[in-house]
Write a protein that binds this ligand. Structure first.
Ligand SMILES: Nc1ncnc2c1ncn2[C@@H]1O[C@H](COP(=O)(O)OP(=O)(O)OP(=O)(O)O)[C@@H](O)[C@H]1O
Length: 203
């Protein structure tokens, strides 16, 4: 369903990706692993449409989306640092991307994903009042309410304490399995890849 075909990308004259190809089937969860600086986040940015390849194509459901702007791809991207809006409470952070929806639809989505991720009691809190694991779940909920066709997770566990990581991984796994959402996870941690993904691609 997602096909990356012969992608090349450089920052200036520094080559980051050379003839990179991969395929991800619908509902599959794939981990991209590799050493620091090998281009994992860059590949996610290319898939999301935040960067454009110099050569190569990205196909989604047999459509060439290489030149499609990011918002038209409808892929969800959860950043490493979660990038929550500090001046908005949890409820407003989560509903940010669906503010144009009518109220009942918005409330339904908000409630569904907040319950699923156990953050429905935190609606009035602000990001600085949340733990790392709570911030991560808010960031995930904010992306999931938009019903993305694919979810791109960039090192989303790396900011968490070791003691918390495993339980958060398992919780997130449960949600992704329930939704059967196609997922691409960037990580340098083998355990993230083992727990969450059925396929691991070494870059
Ligand atoms: N905006 C940029 N301008 C120039 N070079 C960049 C830019 N962003 C990243 N790079 C470089 O591109 C290379 C790939 O970066 P990228 O963030 O994709 O790596 P990564 O595999 O995700 O690394 P990490 O595991 O450390 O997050 C690195 O050498 C990085 O320094």
């Amino acid at each position: 369903m997602l096909k990356i075909d012969n992608l090349n990308f450089s920052y200036g004259n520094k080559k980051i990706l050379k003839d990179f190809s991969m395929e991800v089937r619908e509902g599959e969860r794939v981990a991209l692993k590799g050493s620091s600086g090998c281009g994992k986040s860059t590949l996610l940015r290319l898939i999301a449409g935040l960067e454009k390849p110099s050569i190569g194509n990205i196909f989604f459901d047999n459509n060439n989306v290489t030149n499609l702007p990011s918002y038209k791809r409808e892929f969800g991207y959860v950043f490493q640092d979660f990038a929550l809006f500090p001046h908005l409470n949890v409820k407003k952070n989560i509903s940010y991307g669906i503010s144009q929806y009518e109220n009942s639809k918005k409330e339904n989505l908000l409630n569904k994903y907040s319950k699923m991720l156990h953050i429905d009691s935190l609606f009035n809190h602000y990001p600085h009042e949340l733990s790392g694991g709570q911030k991560q779940r808010v960031a995930l909920a904010r992306t999931l309410v938009t019903s993305p066709k694919i979810i791109l997770l960039d090192e989303v566990f790396s900011a968490l304490d070791e003691g918390l990581k495993e339980s958060v991984r398992l919780e997130i796994l449960e949600v992704l399995e329930e939704l059967k959402i196609t997922t691409i996870l960037v990580t340098h941690d083998s355990r993230d890849a083992e727990v969450l993904c059925s396929k691991i691609i070494e870059m």
